[in-house]
Design a protein around this ligand. Structure first.
Ligand SMILES: Cc1cc2nc3c(=O)[nH]c(=O)nc-3n(C[C@H](O)[C@H](O)[C@H](O)COP(=O)(O)O)c2cc1C
Length: 201
């Protein structure tokens, strides 16, 4: 697929068929993160893959906020696969304490103007979103706050890793009712001239 076609198709899909994603397809999507850039080539972030149907069902239940709980019709459209990108700050601090990076003085978290472990999680997430398109899959990057601690504990994620959102993957359902209230339906896409400040703000 042409790169610009991938960009044009790159829309969040929130409603999925329940068919399993073939293992080879999922493996290729996951392998896309190997091509993500990372600060200092730290490659410090890791990923939690949830594709066991019982575990996926548990995950969706754990993050469902009871104050805004999903109904059964919506729950039936949730993705069969979830990837949680895990930011690993300590790996970055260790990398930037190595001799070639030490002169930058970033061995201490306070010195980082930008937490690149989260930036890199976003870089890798975009690789996953784009690889999903190439594989004919739908994908949805989303944030979760409710149930975070339970999810980390349930899946045995070591405490030094922090979730940086999550990515739902699967085949798109014929219709996408779960995107009905999405921000992209309510807000117009801004233009290049609106966003880009050429040489001066
Ligand atoms: C960091 C980040 C967090 C997001 N969190 C959510 C979320 O919690 N729920 C959701 O439905 N969409 C979430 N989105 C998706 C955005 O709403 C979506 O990207 C935006 O509305 C543009 O739509 P599009 O990606 O379909 O073009 C998130 C996207 C990003 C990049």
């Amino acid at each position: 697929m042409e790169l610009w076609d991938v960009f044009k198709r790159r829309k969040m899909v929130r409603s999925f068929r329940q068919d399993a994603v073939p293992a080879d397809s999922l493996d290729r999507v996951l392998a896309s993160v190997l091509h993500a850039p990372s600060a200092g080539y730290t490659q410090g972030n890791e990923y939690l893959l949830i594709d066991d149907p019982d575990e996926v069902a548990w995950f969706w239940g754990a993050i469902d906020d009871p104050s805004d709980a999903m109904g059964p019709d919506d729950a039936a459209l949730l993705a069969p696969v979830v990837v949680v990108p895990l930011a690993h700050k300590d790996a970055y601090l260790a990398r930037y304490s190595q001799p070639d990076k030490q002169p930058y003085g970033l061995g201490d978290e306070e010195k980082w103007p930008v937490p690149f472990w989260y930036v890199d999680a976003g870089m890798a997430s975009m690789c996953i979103l784009m690889a999903a398109i190439e594989e004919g899959l739908g994908a949805w990057f989303f944030g979760f706050a409710h149930g975070e601690a339970e999810v980390m504990e349930h899946f045995g994620v070591p405490p030094q890793f922090r979730q940086a959102g999550a990515i739902a993957l699967g085949y798109a359902a014929d219709a996408d009712p779960l995107s009905a209230g999405a921000s992209s339906k309510k807000r117009a896409r801004r233009g290049v001239d609106d966003l880009v400040h050429r040489n001066r703000w």
